[in-house]
Design a protein around this ligand. Sequence first.
Ligand code: GAP
Length: 514
Amino acid sequence: MAQQSDLFKKLIAHSKEYGFIFQSSEVYDGLSAVYDYGPYGVELKNNIKEYWWRSMVQMHDNIVGVDAAIFMHPKTWKASGHVDAFNDPLIDNKDSKKRYRADVLIEEHMDKLEAKIQKEVDKAAKRFGEKFDEAVFRSTNERVLRYQEEHGRIRERLAQAMTAGDLAELKQIIEDLEIADPESGSRNWTEVRQFNLMFSTQLGNIAGEDGKLYLRPETAQGIFVNFLNVQKTTRQKIPFGIAQIGKAFRNEITARQFIFRMREFEQMEMQFFIRPGEQKKWYEYWKEARMKWHRALGTPQEKLRFHDHDNLAHYADAAVDIQFDFPFGFKELEGIHSRTDFDLGNHQELSGKKIQYFDPELEESYVPYVVETSIGCDRMFLALMSHALVEEEVPGSPGNTRELLKLHPALAPIKCAILPLKRNEERLVDMAKGIFNDLRFSFQVQYDDTGSIGKLYRRQDAIGTPFCVTVDFESLDDNTVTLRDRDSLAQERVPIAKLEEIIRKRVDMKQLLV
Ligand code: GAP
């Protein structure tokens, strides 16, 4: 755990130092849980969005995109259930005056139990070496079994309390487990009460409740209210999907863990409209398809897992998370939800307009069912960064270490850096700038001559640039350059005329889409 939290601190510091993520309004000491993306951050984020969009929209004949407005008619949020049910259970500590999510306090207690189990496993693995069988150890070791049983009991109690909206029981769990304020150690808690997560604002020309607008807490509703518009204009037949990438806003109570839980964030959501009764089939289909999307990036299977929801959101009849092993443990990265006809049905009822699809094969009209895939772009960013950031011994140079961002080349912010071996040598500089000016038409490339070649390599490693081109004296004679691979440090001599083709092959997003 301690090691993990060191990694997390390093990741936050690295993100700032190398221009990936800054605290919002930092000059005013920052705004809590709101972040800005810097020059390399925005490139990586754009690449994540492109990968998602191309795999969902470009690669599926039956998925189309929209870009709906953030503001929506206030009735939208009544119909969607967010006005009445989009709440988190809030608890205040009377001594520290700090505010927490009651369920998160309990989950963090459970995380500690998981960490204790892991510690026992690690200790035993070290003791038994190659003979160690983790599955057997987990199912027989007394201490592990005790922790597991306690974990299971709390999990069940929490799920029941959350499903029933039983706030008194949540308080009771916190008291029974003697959970203290993580910052002050005080156990002097208020009662638990519901807190609606939507931000509201006011229309300029209407006073009072009638002019109250919400900043959307999910992008999905912009898709639902456009269902008929899109279906009619694209002549899509069910099953088909509508995809969208856009900002969402939630007034999160527990806003810690960097960009994991933000108040302003970006979602990549797809609603797949299907025949009623076919939800199980499509739910399984999208579970597998989305896991494949993550795995294509080279993320090892042990870092990803499915986790069925213990308590369902107000709109779902089945829901699963794809969890990622973040530096603070396995947490939700993406959700796949079977939303039935909850949203379209409610919009139909509240708007008084028929929102139905005539199925030519069945020769009947119905309100379509929906299976949704929903991933936070920022969480995906965090998952990628936390897996990619490594400190390793420089290959072939024992004792020397380097910080490396092993991002998939197709997602890396800069694809190639062009570096003259000597910055005072005009002919090298001119040639390097010429290569840079050619390649910039094809990729995000960078010219840099601000330090020694070793220093420039280190900097490119730290921002995840998969290739560096070095222009040296030999280049002047034979029009070849050195192409350095970020991960293996292999250097190959390649003709300048072939650079574009070689790099294109290696950074092409196509390889992720198959
Ligand atoms: N439309 C369904 C929906 O919004 P959700 O599970 O509440 O479902 C979907 O959110 C995804 O959005 C999550 O899996 C997560 O990746 C991301 N997300 C949710 N709240 C977030 C927050 N406060 N900060 C960053 N990402 C968030």
